[in-house]
Write a protein that binds this ligand. Sequence first.
Ligand code: SF4
Length: 65
Amino acid sequence: MKKCEYIEGCPIAKYFGDMGWRIFVRRYCKGDYEQCQRRELRQNGEPVPDHLFPWGSSPVSEDAR
Ligand code: SF4
């Protein structure tokens, strides 16, 4: 099965419950991972905020953290 090489320990997981994470993984990390903004930044050697979603937005604002 193809999957993102960064799936083990990806910090975005902490923003999801178990069920949500399973759905998310199926959609992105074991599916359309080549579209993931997190992965793209990482592959370019750029910093990746823990809270960045694959589609480029955040589940929490910086002010709320
Ligand atoms: S969120 Fe992105 S970087 Fe993290 S495991 Fe999934 S596809 Fe890879």
